[in-house]
Write a protein that binds this ligand. Structure first.
Ligand SMILES: N[C@H](CCC[C@H](N)C(=O)O)C(=O)O
Length: 276
């Protein structure tokens, strides 16, 4: 199978973008892993496949696959890259888009600045919907890992996130604690793990160990989940600048039942073809 692709990134969280409208795409988990492999394939954190919408209310549908081959529900950085991708490929002339994802519809706006703003929908906080095993909904939960108890927030942005507060992200145990929490038994579908350093009520730093990938240079849904968890704990205002290793996202959330808005860049790196 010969595939045309576009390599893109959102703050260094990188993607192989595939137009599934003008080319017929059949991808097994093994083929996804091959595309994502940084030595035997193109190399990326996620593979995104753009398709025609199933609903008349949407402009497109897009599917998201982690580097390990698993399909997931949502991808914030990917949503921004998707919006730029469909404009650049002239699949649409619109600047306001509705896209179907496995987590539901997202509304995206291409801004004159070149950045993209995404209405990420309202966070999900009920443990069984995250999913996370807990007796009741709370702002924070104790989580035991190797005999030590950590305090986490648990939030879904369509995909599951655990959020830990740290004094300094540079010294956070991302590589050691990240994978242990990713596969913790209380997260039956595994989980993305965010390490959040709050600098003020308007600024924070974040590193994310992503489910199915490992640490990435940025995580859009992770930034949204971290903001929600910090807001629930009364630690930040309604608008937060989050600095990730790859750059900064602006996240806005007014409180429970309200949508989270994420704004940031999307970058096209190159186009190519691959035979799988
Ligand atoms: N690893 C995530 C999917 C990609 C999310 C991330 N790249 C973003 O920008 O939100 C998961 O398994 O739920």
């Amino acid at each position: 199978m010969r595939l045309k692709f576009t390599k893109m990134h959102g703050l260094g969280n990188d993607f192989v973008m595939l137009d599934g409208i003008s080319q017929r795409i059949r991808l097994s988990p093994e083929k996804i892993r091959r595309l994502a492999d940084r030595h035997f394939g193109i190399g990326c954190d996620q593979v995104l496949v753009v398709e025609a919408p199933r609903s008349p209310d949407a402009d497109f549908r897009y599917r998201i696959f982690n580097a390990d081959g698993g399909e997931v529900e949502n991808c914030g950085n990917g949503a921004r890259c998707f919006a730029k991708f469909v404009r650049e490929r002239r699949l649409t002339g619109k600047k306001q888009l509705t896209v179907e994802t496995a987590a539901g519809p997202l509304k995206l706006s291409l801004l004159d600045s070149g950045e993209v703003s995404v209405d990420m929908g309202a966070p999900v906080l009920e443990p069984e919907q995250i999913p996370f095993c807990a007796d009741r909904r709370a702002e924070t939960y104790p989580l035991e890992v190797d005999g030590e108890v950590y305090t986490i927030g648990a939030v879904s942005m369509g995909n599951p996130h655990a959020v830990l507060l740290v004094d300094n992200v540079d010294s956070a145990p991302v590589d050691t604690l990240g994978p242990k929490i990713e596969c913790h038994e209380r997260f039956p579908q595994r989980v993305n793990v965010g390490f959040l350093q709050i600098q003020s009520r308007q600024k924070a730093r974040l590193r994310v160990f992503e489910r199915g990938v490992g640490e990435t240079r940025a995580c859009g849904t992770g930034a949204c989940a971290a903001m929600v968890s910090a807001h629930l704990r009364g630690l930040v205002d309604d608008s937060l600048q989050i600095q990730l290793p790859g750059g900064t996202l602006t996240i806005h959330w007014g409180g429970p039942e309200q949508a989270v808005t994420m704004t940031g860049p999307a970058t096209t790196v190159y186009q190519g073809q691959i035979t799988l």
